[in-house]
Design a protein around this ligand. Sequence first.
Ligand SMILES: C[S@@+](CC[C@H](N)C(=O)[O-])C[C@H]1O[C@@H](n2cnc3c(N)ncnc32)[C@H](O)[C@@H]1O
Length: 470
Amino acid sequence: MSRKKARKQVFENVEVIDAGAKGKTIAKAPDGKVIFLPNAVPGDVVDVQTFKKRKAFYEGKATVFHKLSDKRTLPACEHFGTCGGCKWQDMGYKHQLFYKQKEVTNNLTRIGHIELPEVTPILGAENQYFYRNKMEFSFSDSRWLTLEEIQSDKDLGDRNALGFHIPGMWDKILDLNTCHLQADPSNAIRNAVKQFAIENELEFFNTRNQTGLLRTMMIRTSSTGDIMVMLQLFKEDKAKRELLLDFIAETFPQITSLQYVINGKANDTIYDQDVICYKGNDHIFEEMEGLRFKINAKSFYQTNSDQAFELYKITRNFAGLTGNELVYDLYTGTGTIAQFVAKQASKVIGVESVPDAITAAKENAQLNNINNVEFFVGDMKQVFNDEFIETHGQPDVIITDPPRDGMHKDVVQQILNIAPKKVVYVSCNSATQARDLALMDAQYKVIKTQAVDMFPQTFHVENVVLLERR
Ligand SMILES: C[S@@+](CC[C@H](N)C(=O)[O-])C[C@H]1O[C@@H](n2cnc3c(N)ncnc32)[C@H](O)[C@@H]1O
């Protein structure tokens, strides 16, 4: 028996007791170690086959379900279980919220050792499906096959697919029929494009060999009714490109921005590529509380617009502005939070590392007639120095919304040096947020904390914390 095989173990009749980081559920093995499972719900009683053994835990898979949890619900999506997108679709929404709240509280207390105030219940989303305003689908000539398909001797025809990468299989794409994350016409556009491309023999991309024409398709929808479609092609082929783009424009006249990019690089990021507008505008608009935000193909914008509005209201409310404050909005992106709080502040300074985002932030502020915001480009740990503070002033309130890794320790230290009265910390990763809060604990007290669910059916959770100087 190989060493690898010898590590595999079967545990029978174990109860799944919790759900935790990265969406995995948790059971206890008879030897007391934790087992992380990707395919169960707390309350299930299952047999587990382990595939990884570490000092403190196992990783495994539930193979037999003896009892199904009453926290379960029927997944809405036919692709659930194969697609990596909505891992918690089989758990009732109120239970998803419970485990998200628990994750935030655990991280703040265990990692951050924070003395928590009374915790306000997590803010759930009204729309638990079809809430995303942006999706990106990949074309592939190597559709992922089910076991039955692999074992069947039937001719499976072409293997063209338009959908999502299968987790852990970089070159296999799940062919989607209906995705429950973005409202129509998203599914209609994707399915029509796929069918037209197959009928007209437009080659789907092959990641392994780097061949083909059609690479990805991004669809952005917005509360203003604007729709953006951006095709990414691997090479220039004017006739085929225009054939497909004309088909899209004619079939979906409601598209307000039809664009494409030709990207012959090995990877499919478009941030260093020229995006070309084929029909309509090179942007769409999103609207929030009377503010308009211009979004182009490369812009970052929160992907759940409804819950972003809730998140920003909580942030502004925590900041408790009276109109006299100088506010810094760190990691400002396209300056949405900065503009959202500007009316209640004396001045807002936004800092962000992506130059295009800052260009958009300045343009949006002008469009919205907001004159008391200023935006600066740069890496936070370099820009946010003593000279910057001397030039722009001592902030009364700092709002910070860093990426998943949290803040660099020099940025945390600079906040401590500046010592504003209040810090509002918005985070999409409460573990790194807790780590940063621990560094601030001697000087700042956590006054309020509020989790917000931006991504129903997934384990992701956003958390806003108000800190006041001790
Ligand atoms: C979670 S997003 C916040 C965006 C914005 N607050 C919003 O709600 O739209 C984090 C932002 O931090 C920016 N960022 C990441 N690392 C950075 C760094 N080292 N310095 C400055 N900005 C950075 C990213 O480009 C991104 O726009």
